[in-house]
Design a protein around this ligand. Structure first.
Ligand code: MRU
Length: 351
């Protein structure tokens, strides 16, 4: 099984996604700052994996806090959390992970500092295990939506690499393949970081799931040719009305899919929901380095003086989304009601 991240006692092992598919190399982080850097540089990426790297990174960081009293411990922990929260703004899983660990820390207010450290480590490891189960459940829930023989378009990487394993959008694809549905996949290369060409293609080849790599601007052509039956993507943040922030280019796919009467499904864990935001307009969109656009593997492809923009995500309005596939079931429009019900059910059953 592909493992994007692993706790190894006194360090965190990350499968370095910047080097894939050419090299399967691991990056060992011995300090939380190395984990912070790995998230910023995208050695590990994808909303759930960013959340898990944050959780394990904080758990690693707090082990080195030298103090006897809880107040100092909480202060130091907050500083560590702040560093993580400055890395990547769009995926809400990051702040969700911080919130989870802070709740555990505050819930142990009468424990010793050593017990606090252990409780945080334990929770972070539990979050990694839970994410794998969640993805398998998303696959199970979403699989019935995939007709036999379906030709599926996916964008970016919402696979094992973007999670603790199995994947969200790619988890549904995996489940349909495992069910013997004879599916095939079109993979958008996903400029500028090439998560589709480098990562999704790598996962699909490894799993021997039939797949064809296309450039992002070919999607409309293949839809017009009647060669795509459905689109399935992951998400970085889903607002209360069902608007979805995901990798830049998803919005264009939403419009194309609607124009061609093709369903677009979004597969995401409930940790990606942000019901505090009424609509997608409030979702912060990360602007990344212009070099990602002007260079490919260090080779400049654009003139020096050209102005560049590099928003890493866009927001697909809920009206372009046919269904949201979560570990708690499939939510159909109108999303506000369905999302509220899922959040309530989760609250009742989990607390
Ligand atoms: O910039 P990235 O590679 O972190 O963006 C990843 C995506 O947009 C994924 O589609 C999303 O996080 C879902 S991953 C299960």
């Amino acid at each position: 099984m592909i493992k994007s991240i692993e706790w190894r006692g006194n360090f965190i092992r990350i499968l370095d996604q910047v080097r894939l598919p050419h090299e399967e190399r691991y990056l060992d982080c011995f300090t939380y700052r190395e984990v912070v850097a790995a998230i910023s540089r995208m050695n590990i990426r994808g909303a759930p994996a960013i959340g898990l790297a944050t959780a394990l990174g904080i758990a690693l960081g707090v082990q080195s806090i030298c103090c006897q009293d809880q107040e100092t411990f909480y202060r130091e922990m907050d500083l560590i959390c702040d560093e993580f929260s400055r890395t990547r703004p769009t995926a809400v899983n990051l702040s969700w992970a911080i919130k989870q660990l802070k709740e555990v820390a505050r819930g142990h207010s009468s424990s010793s500092v050593a017990e606090l450290k252990e409780a945080i480590r334990h929770k972070a490891l539990e979050m990694v295990e839970a994410d794998l189960r969640t993805n398998q459940e998303i696959g199970r829930q979403g699989e019935p939506l995939i007709p036999p023989g379906a030709r599926i378009l996916t964008h970016c990487n919402a696979g094992a690499l973007a999670t603790a394993g199995y994947g969200t959008a790619l988890g549904v694809i995996r489940a349909a393949h495992e069910a013997g549905k004879n599916i095939s996949v079109y993979v958008d290369e996903t400029r500028p970081f090439l998560q589709g060409a480098r990562l999704t293609a790598w996962e699909l080849v490894k799993e021997e799931i039939p797949a064809t790599l296309i450039t992002d601007n070919m999607a409309g052509y293949f839809m017009q040719q009647g060669k795509i039956d459905l689109v399935i993507v992951g998400a970085d943040r889903i607002a209360a009305n069902g608007d979805v922030a995901n990798k830049i280019g998803t919005y264009s796919l939403g419009i194309l899919a609607k124009a061609h009467n093709i369903p677009l499904y979004v597969a995401a864990p409930t940790s990606t929901l942000d019901l505090s935001l009424p609509t997608g307009e409030e979702i912060p969109i990360e602007e990344r380095s212009h070099e990602e656009v002007t260079t490919i593997f260090g080779i400049r492809i654009a003139p020096e003086k050209i102005a560049v923009a590099n928003p890493a995500f866009d927001v697909t309005p809920a009206s372009y989304v046919s269904a949201l596939i979560t570990e708690w079931g499939i939510i159909y429009p109108p999303y506000s009601e369905g999302l509220r019900k899922v959040a309530q059910a989760k609250l009742v059953l989990c607390c």
